[in-house]
Design a protein around this ligand. Structure first.
Ligand SMILES: CC(C)(COP(=O)(O)OP(=O)(O)OC[C@H]1O[C@@H](n2cnc3c(N)ncnc32)[C@H](O)[C@@H]1OP(=O)(O)O)[C@@H](O)C(=O)NCCC(=O)NCCS
Length: 280
């Protein structure tokens, strides 16, 4: 494998048909290549390998996320060698070419978020379908300027690392194709996303001009939300160690819950936001 390179897609409208796989998207021509590649990896890993329904793979967060895709240069056979059946002599050698293949992806979801999952809750396609604990704070959404909806800034339940108020960003949909695992690819992706956020700390801070000062102030207790270095992830049980290697810690108060039939843990990482980088 040659030196992998990483591509970033910043938030953008995505005309995606949820029920269809990446190869059958009717608006493929108007979709950014990076996003098609991210969805190709996500489909291979989450849909084909983990049996998550195709329709649950894309969600309303995707257009407001930043996405990273990592590519490997792979030598692939474009036509096999032709040999003489009688003598075995090679009439035409194998022809190959080097192609960039998407092998991993991660996305970064900006704040605001729906409430933290309930301890012991069971979620399918982002919706709570059963729970043994008390109800979560109400999950409300507001319309954005481009016609999509996003969760409202409302106080959440406090956990070990999150006071329930501070804006945080969430890394998710971390996936590496099977044949490229165990080579530090996930680590590279997570570190790239964390570094980008650390160096663009105000990227997702909403401006009163976009959402209206009164609405933002009301939603957020009178102060404007500002990102101050807090990152979260909802880690699949088997991936906890991978996130720990990237500096995330399990949040004991957040508890565990089921998403798409897989046990999940809440984890947080705090990074130092350089003052001079603020406002970039
Ligand atoms: C989880 C996943 C993304 C890891 O990808 P990867 O490229 O193999 O991970 P890396 O090689 O970067 O591993 C990062 C670190 O975690 C460790 N690690 C990786 N997989 C591990 C495992 N299953 N158990 C324990 N440690 C593991 C590695 O040793 C490495 O540590 P190091 O930096 O000290 O060498 C990949 O296995 C995958 O796509 N799994 C299916 C989808 C999934 O579970 N996604 C996570 C959703 S939260």
């Amino acid at each position: 494998m040659g030196t992998p390179f990483i591509s970033l897609l910043e938030p953008t409208p995505l005309p995606w048909e949820r029920a269809l796989p990446p190869s059958e998207q009717p608006h493929a021509a108007s979709l950014p290549r990076t996003f098609l590649d991210a969805m190709t990896v996500r489909s291979q890993v989450f849909v084909q390998e983990q049996n998550i329904p195709q329709a649950n793979e894309f969600d309303a967060d995707d257009p407001r996320c930043a996405h990273w895709v990592i590519y490997a240069s792979v030598n692939q056979t474009v036509s096999p060698a032709v040999t003489d059946a009688a003598t075995g002599a090679v009439l035409r050698p194998r022809q190959s070419e080097t192609q960039s293949v998407p092998i991993g992806t991660v996305r970064l979801v900006p704040f605001p978020h729906p409430p933290h999952p309930l301890r012991g809750g069971v979620y399918v396609d982002g919706e709570l379908v059963s729970s043994s604990s008390s109800p979560a704070p109400e999950d409300t959404t507001t319309a954005t300027a481009n016609g999509t909806t996003q969760p409202t800034f409302t106080p959440d339940r406090p956990t070990t690392f999150h006071d329930g108020i501070e804006p945080y960003v969430k890394l998710g949909r971390l996936a590496v194709t099977k044949e490229f695992r165990g080579r530090g690819i996930a680590g590279q992706l997570v570190r790239t996303a964390v570094d980008w956020m650390r160096t663009h700390p105000s990227y997702f801070d909403p401006s009163p001009a976009e959402r209206g000062f009164e609405q933002l102030g009301m939603e957020h207790g009178g102060t404007l939300p500002r990102w101050n270095g807090l990152l979260c992830c909802h880690a699949q049980e088997d991936a906890v160690k991978v996130w720990e290697k990237c500096g995330f810690q399990i949040d004991p108060e957040m508890g565990t819950w089921m998403e798409e039939g897989i046990p999940h843990f809440g984890m947080f990482l705090r990074v130092e936001v350089e003052p001079e980088a603020k406002g970039v």
